[in-house]
Write a protein that binds this ligand. Structure first.
Ligand SMILES: C[S@@+](CC[C@H](N)C(=O)[O-])C[C@H]1O[C@@H](n2cnc3c(N)ncnc32)[C@H](O)[C@@H]1O
Length: 279
């Protein structure tokens, strides 16, 4: 027998997946993180669950899900949630928002506070920071940016601020020169955010479903783009009301291109191009 054939025959099987494990995992994920897992993700999800169970030496996925449900403080929750988040993002995604933000920031009294509440791997908060550095006369004093995400790996990557040149390609050339360092040697083809930009942002892990948000002062702007689409309407409405309560009068909420909150709340009205203002 060839060595490849041998390794196939000796490969340990993945832990068993029961017929209702997917529905159970989807229910657990929705309750904990708000994320709705569609039926079309079943195959991928079952494989992910089996891999998680295997990495913990468990015989089947049921044992893994039992562990999560019986241990609400288990460190395994982190990897479970990280496995099901979708981190798709880009620098200056939905570019028109940044022109609106620049104009708006100029009209506001300092201190100016912004929360980017699903900041993924950092491209969005760094785009915000560049925009505010360029549009506010003294960005080092009086501008604060909080960037949070439920996904601990994404937050870690955001804090590192290292990207491939390809990912950095939407950044205007003059911003790239000003705010990024080009890698050399092993880091050729990569860029790293300079401290002047990095230090404008406080990064943290935060679940939007958590009853306690670490917001101590009222905000001028919330960026919550391309995240509510993963939540059901009731969760979206609850979060929108909480957003409205922590925004200053006239504060803005930036939503994703396919998100429409007009029918969910009277606390915001659409100002244009998926930007909402408090009523
Ligand atoms: C598709 S990305 C969007 C990133 C960025 N806002 C953008 O528009 O480019 C969605 C992000 O929402 C985060 N997320 C999902 N559920 C969350 C929750 N309950 N609390 C906080 N962040 C969450 C995911 O980890 C992911 O990074």
């Amino acid at each position: 027998m060839s060595s490849i054939a041998q390794s196939i025959f000796t490969m340990p099987a993945l832990p068993e997946v029961g017929h209702n494990d997917f529905e159970r995992a989807a229910r657990i994920l929705r309750a904990r993180a708000g994320i709705v897992l569609g039926g079309h993700k079943q195959e991928m999800a079952e494989r992910t669950l089996a891999m998680r169970a295997k990495s913990l030496g468990m015989a089947n996925v049921k044992e893994y899900l039992d562990h999560l449900e019986l241990n609400s403080q288990s460190p395994q929750w982190e990897a479970f949630i990280n496995a099901f988040t979708i981190n798709h993002t880009a620098f200056f995604r939905e570019q028109h928002h940044f022109a609106i933000l620049a104009k708006f920031a100029k009209t506001r009294k300092k201190p100016f506070s912004l929360w980017c509440c699903a900041s993924s791997t950092g491209e969005e908060p760094y785009s915000i920071a560049m925009t505010l550095r360029e549009s506010c006369p003294a960005p080092d004093s009086g501008v604060s940016i909080l960037a949070t995400d439920i996904d601990t790996h994404a937050v870690q990557k955001a804090q590192e601020g290292v990207y491939t040149m390809e990912r950095a390609s939407p950044i205007p050339e003059d911003y790239l020169r000003k705010y990024f360092q080009r890698g050399t040697g092993r880091r050729t083809g990569m860029v790293r955010v300079k401290p002047v930009l990095r230090d404008m942002i406080d990064f943290d892990t935060l679940n939007l479903l958590s009853p306690n948000w670490p917001i101590t002062q009222k905000l001028d702007v919330i960026f919550c783009r391309n995240t509510m689409i993963y939540f059901d309407k009731a969760t979206q409405t609850r979060i929108l009301e909480r957003f409205a309560a922590i925004l200053k009068p006239g504060g803005l909420l930036f939503a994703g291109h396919s998100e429409n909150f007009t029918y969910l709340t009277k606390s915001f009205r659409l100002q244009g191009q998926t930007v909402y203002v408090t009523t």
